[in-house]
Design a protein around this ligand. Structure first.
Ligand SMILES: [Mn+2]
Length: 292
């Protein structure tokens, strides 16, 4: 066991051998409700030490199939007060870009969702073809700006849209009027949380809306139901359950080329490990599905 390395040091490989790189980004600057997501990456990594290496669904020891390496954390802006949100995004883009050029599959751990802009930009700069950003989230995150900043977590998917990339928001159940109008005007194919609840064919319908071969998956953990994962900054009732989410993710890996993932917004609770363990298991599932 090593609480600083994903799934423990025995299960890790060297950087050179690793296909999957865990990139902790404990950035928190604009959270508006419950704070604490700067502690998210460390809590996920620590909880991952309790995971079974064997995956009962995939019938494999994922860490032996796909080498895993835990990268050093990208620093929080608040510990380096001179680093602005923009600079933090730049450092993130540069770090992800270096990893991609080494042929790694990056799984970024947040930290607040705002940082996804920096992660996605690395792929956008490097790839000549377009890719879809599948967004698992309770919230639209499509405001132009919020509380005076365009780098607020509530604006991150708007920044992705600004890059000209198609998005597929899934599990959405909280938006403002501005976002509702944008969704209509730009015909953004939202899979609403209530559709998931009432429609057994939602996964098929969601997959049909992904029109690119390449896909980036951005998971705001509040997309899951808060009864399953209460440790988030802005919990919303009526979210995805475990099997709905993992089945959907698996189908994306089977039908598309997933180029990278992030798992954001874990704000651990002090009296329960459920949230970080669920998040850690989700990260391990993503790495497992990579081998499909
Ligand atoms: Mn959210």
């Amino acid at each position: 066991m090593n609480p600083k390395q994903f799934i423990g040091s025995e299960a890790q490989t060297t950087y050179t051998e690793a296909k999957a790189v865990i990139l902790p980004i404990p950035y928190e600057a604009t959270t508006t409700y419950r704070k604490g997501c700067e502690h998210g990456p460390a809590a996920i990594i620590e909880a991952s030490n309790q995971l079974e290496a064997y995956d009962d669904e995939l019938q494999q020891e994922t860490c032996l199939i796909t080498g895993i390496y835990t990268h050093d954390a990208i620093s929080d802006t608040r510990k380096k007060p001179n680093l602005t949100a923009e600079e933090m995004l730049e450092v993130t883009t540069k770090t992800v870009s270096d990893l991609l050029q080494d042929g790694k599959f990056v799984i970024a751990l947040g930290g607040e969702h705002a940082i996804t802009e920096g992660v996605v930009r690395a792929y956008h700069q490097l790839l000549s073809e377009s890719f879809t950003v599948v967004q698992i989230d309770a919230h639209g995150d499509m405001r132009h700006s919020y509380e005076g900043s365009i780098y607020n977590h509530a604006c991150v998917m708007r920044r992705v849209l600004d890059m000209g990339l198609p998005t597929l928001p899934v599990g959405i159940r909280s938006i403002c009027r501005e976002e509702a109008e944008l969704i209509k005007a730009q015909q953004i194919p939202v899979i609403w949380a209530r559709d998931i609840y009432y429609d057994r064919d939602w996964i098929k319908k969601a997959l049909a809306k992904i029109t690119t071969e390449k896909v980036f998956i951005s998971i705001d953990l509040d997309g899951l139901d808060p009864s399953l994962l209460p440790g988030v900054g802005t919990p919303e009732p009526g979210g995805l359950n475990w099997y709905e989410l993992t089945q959907f993710l698996k189908e994306i890996f089977v039908n598309h080329q997933v180029i990278g993932c992030d798992v954001m917004e874990l704000a651990p609770l002090s009296d329960s490990v459920v949230s970080q363990f669920t998040a850690a298991k989700l990260v391990y599932k993503l790495i497992g599905y990579l081998s499909l």
